[in-house]
Design a protein around this ligand. Structure first.
Ligand SMILES: Nc1ncnc2c1ncn2[C@@H]1O[C@H](COP(=O)(O)OP(=O)(O)OP(=O)(O)O)[C@@H](O)[C@H]1O
Ligand SMILES: [Mg+2]
Length: 258
């Protein structure tokens, strides 16, 4: 299996939460031998949710800042290709956890370099992910990375939405952009997070109205107090109890992808 699953959607709808529930499902059920999580959100969300503290210098943003300082201070030979330097730095950012490897994007400092770094990052993601059975990608809230085609090699795009007009609007925008840029995903999955039972039909209808063969409703994860509590108390979402109803739902829905 070689799957790259990206989680996207409006800010705050539950992308990181869904990704970590998916990660828990994969770990608990031994669905992958080699597992990589890439947190491309500059606010370093995944680490927060699993109770890990990652220093800025261990993120890609941090390494890039160091590299920039070195280049500006003429501590790097001008003949060394920048791409090569960036690539080796990205590899050195891999954080090895017990059950998976984690790559944290971190903040990007300085104007202008984002596009270039993003480009290199995309190449690195492509080559890195080949070494893993499953790669989970937490995407930033914005749509700019889609515009740069960083999602090209993603096999499954999961668009998360909460029961809000804005969440559904962003979901539609992401779909429009994937069409405009002709991005190819094997599957596009719509995941409804925190929908009360009586509103599930609304999302179901929205998906049906689209009449797109590769866009399918993945299912729903209910609002859950234990999830809120873990978040508020700085706990580890991977330690959510196995009989938690939202985790049960997550297991059922992610079994459709993996
Ligand atoms: N099903 C749920 N039940 C209870 N709380 C939830 C649920 N889903 C998400 N939350 C809470 O909602 C908040 C936002 O969730 P999350 O961080 O996963 O969203 P996000 O889309 O990754 O946000 P961002 O765009 O800022 O990265 C968090 O406090 C999280 O604990
Ligand atoms: Mg997040």
């Amino acid at each position: 299996m070689n799957k790259i699953i990206a989680f996207s959607g409006k800010g705050g709808v539950g992308k990181t939460t869904s990704l970590v529930l998916c990660l828990k499902y994969i770990i608990d059920n031994r669905k992958a031998k080699d597992l990589l999580v890439i947190d491309s959100d500059p606010d370093a969300n995944v680490a927060d949710v699993i109770g890990e503290e990652i220093k800025f210098c261990d993120t890609i943003g941090g390494k890039m800042k160091l590299l920039k300082d070195k280049i500006q201070g003429f501590k790097v030979s001008p003949n060394t290709p920048k791409n090569q330097l960036i690539e080796s730095d990205v590899f050195s950012c891999l954080i090895e956890m017990d059950e998976f490897d984690l790559l944290e994007m971190g903040r990007q400092e300085g104007e202008g370099c984002y596009c270039f770094i993003n480009d290199v990052l995309k190449k690195v993601i492509d080559s890195l992910s080949k070494n893993y059975d499953i790669t989970l990608l937490d995407s930033p809230a914005g749509l700019e990375h889609f515009a740069r085609k960083t999602g090209r090699d993603v096999t499954d795009l999961v668009i998360v939405t909460d029961p809000s007009k804005m969440g559904i609007h962003t979901m539609k925008r992401i779909l429009e952009i994937t069409d405009e840029l002709q991005l190819k995903f094997e599957n596009i999955w719509i995941l409804g997070n925190r929908f009360p039972d009586d509103l599930k039909v609304v999302l179901d209808e929205e998906v049906q109205k689209m009449k797109k063969e590769n866009v399918k409703l993945l299912g729903f994860i209910s609002n859950n107090d234990e999830i809120s509590k873990i978040n508020l108390m700085d706990g580890n979402l991977l330690e959510l109890s196995k009989d938690n109803p939202s985790y049960q739902q997550a297991k059922d829905i992610f079994a459709k992808i993996i």
